[in-house]
Design a protein around this ligand. Structure first.
Ligand SMILES: [Zn+2]
Length: 65
């Protein structure tokens, strides 16, 4: 299996970081290299998938079946 590496420094190891984008209404979570800080991905801070599962559970809907 391939090992994921940073496109800038070539090292391996990533971390999540909460980040406020100027002009954005909410926070984002960045996936960044632990060595050089290069950002390799982003996702919503209030992860939409997690919110959908939470809503489905409240409505009694099993999304995994
Ligand atoms: Zn790096």
């Amino acid at each position: 299996m391939a090992v994921s590496c940073c496109p800038r420094c070539g090292k391996t190891g990533f971390e999540l970081k909460e980040y406020k984008v100027e002009g954005a209404a909410h926070l984002y979570t960045l996936i960044q290299c632990v060595w050089c800080g290069a950002v390799v991905g982003t996702h919503e801070y209030a992860h939409l998938g997690k919110l959908i599962y939470k809503l489905a559970r409240k409505l009694g809907v099993d999304l995994d079946s």
